[in-house]
Ligand binder design. Structure first.
Ligand code: SF4
Length: 490
């Protein structure tokens, strides 16, 4: 990893998902070392230029090609107080020293520690942070007894990993799939700290005796980055292939991910049992975890077990942001990272089919979220006062009706019926008992998480906004934003 070697030595980091040629050219010829370090998870500040001299780094947010040379020349100038900040830190720190700027210091940085600070595809940067250390398989398996899967694309979603590892440990041939399809946080990890993800996958492969790792993503840029990192990975214990997937939301479901990786054009969920842990990729026992889960495993192997969750705040905000929050902290903590565009009304917590709530003083621990009927996917979508909750969940339900794979009746027919029942409210026919029963059946009988969760926005919105539903049945929209029965696909 590159560090400044003297007080005169200047190191410039450019943090952005895709820094422009003009920005890079803007610093060409300056008497300094320039490196590209990937996104911080805060697009609002990017391009973020950090100028390090000795123990001091000055951060310049939203830096233009015209400004960069001036900032490099004035390495410790923070006179632009609105978009600049200075942090004193260990000159050889390998973790982003978050400044108090646009909420960048929100939460903790363990899994996200290298984002915006280490070069994504340079193994020596990861090694300097303690990466690539050899660890006994027993120690990894021990962590798998504590660690839970993260995200609906994880076959051990919210469950301890170890039970899904045992068949692979006893098999002659096994595979590991990094399911990074579809979520902002997984794409961020592949793009900014791919070695964390690959190290977690390698540790798992070694622990179960798997000989191949497949990284699955629908993001082309992330695929290129993780592919380059895989080529630079020193002494991997398994081969690594990076496979692109279709963009459909449902293609993140673990068994649909396997279908896509195997090259099947019709993306349907597989019947279960057996699950992928017994018969997965080409029939072999397969560990299917998200990039978040594998990165968490890598950091736990290196720094010890400590639960934190990646949370992406989006919706009615100026610019979305992804932060890392200890499980003992609340959803509210993550909101420090964004500017809400209007007056807060509610949030959809836990992904596309998360729960609707007005209460954000709830820990991000999965059991606490589940007890509150919220999702654990790690996405918080802000809803402001000018949005109609009935239309909001109507759009989600129509999306579920349009995008399900059609494999099972409770989801295929249930989502269509639910969308029709929500439309009927606009005609004065609000059958709350019928809706609740339909959602209950979908939850209990659908094959995969898509159908099990598709009714959750409706169930939770009816509990939190009963009067808004009743008002629509009376021909009024309290938000004043809708009286349209034709839900669009969101
Ligand atoms: S729940 Fe929906 S997405 Fe899942 S298998 Fe059934 S129809 Fe397909």
């Amino acid at each position: 990893m590159i560090f400044p070697t003297s007080d005169e030595d200047v190191l410039v980091r450019i943090s952005d998902r895709n820094p422009s040629r003009e920005l890079l050219d803007g610093v060409a010829g300056a008497d300094c070392t320039v490196v590209e370090v990937g996104s911080t998870g805060f697009p609002a500040v990017e391009p973020l230029v950090s100028v390090t001299r000795g123990e001091r780094t000055t951060f310049h947010a939203q830096c233009s090609p015209e400004e960069i040379q001036e900032f490099v020349a004035l390495a410790d100038d923070s006179s632009r107080a609105d978009t600049a900040a200075v942090v004193e830190h260990d000159p050889e720190t390998t973790t982003f020293p978050a400044p108090e700027l646009f909420g960048l210091d929100t939460g903790v940085r363990r899994v996200l520690g290298g984002c915006g600070w280490r070069r994504p595809t340079h193994p020596d940067d990861h090694e300097a942070a303690g990466g690539f250390a050899s660890v006994a398989s027993e120690a990894v398996a021990s962590l798998a007894r504590q660690l839970r899967g993260r995200g609906w694309g994880d076959w051990r979603h919210d469950q301890r990993l170890i039970d899904a590892w045992r068949p692979a440990m006893e098999a002659d041939s096994a595979a590991v799939v990094v399911n990074a399809h579809g979520t902002t946080a997984d794409t961020l990890l592949l793009s900014s700290v791919p070695f964390e993800v690959l190290e977690g996958a390698n540790a798992a492969a070694r622990a179960v005796g798997a000989d191949r790792i497949v990284v699955y993503t629908a993001d082309n840029d992330a695929a290129l980055t993780v592919n380059e990192a895989a080529e630079n990975y020193p002494n991997p214990c398994a081969s690594v292939d990076v496979v692109g997937g279709p963009s459909e939301y449902r293609a993140a479901e673990p068994t649909m991910a396997l279908e896509a990786i195997e090259g099947n054009h019709r993306i349907e969920a597989r019947l279960r049992p057996p699950g992928p842990e017994v018969s997965g990729l080409h029939g072999d026992p397969t560990l299917v975890h998200t990039a978040r889960t594998f990165a968490q495993l890598a950091v736990a192997v290196r720094d010890g077990f400590a639960e934190s969750r990646l949370v992406t705040v989006t919706g009615d905000v100026a610019v979305p942001a992804t932060v890392e929050v200890p499980e003992s902290d609340t959803i509210e903590t993550a909101l420090d990272a964004v500017d809400i565009d209007g007056e807060f009304k509610a949030a959809c917590v836990g992904g596309r089919f998360g729960g609707i709530t007005t209460e954000l003083d709830i820990d991000v621990a999965p059991d606490t979220l589940a007890n509150a009927d919220l999702g654990t996917e790690g996405t918080v979508r802000i809803i402001t006062e000018d949005q109609c909750v009935v239309a909001f969940i109507g759009n989600k339900t129509q999306f579920a009706a349009d995008e399900n794979c059609g494999r099972c009746v409770p989801c295929r027919e249930g989502t269509t019926q639910l969308a029709n029942q929500l439309r009927a409210i606009y005609d004065g026919d609000y059958d709350s008992d019928g809706i609740e029963e339909l959602v209950r059946v979908m939850d209990l009988s659908s094959i995969c998480a898509f159908g099990k969760q598709a009714g959750r926005p409706t169930r939770t919105a009816m509990a939190a906004f009963e009067s808004e539903f009743a008002a629509h049945a009376d021909g009024r929209c309290p938000a004043g934003s809708c009286f349209d029965r034709n839900f669009a696909v969101s």
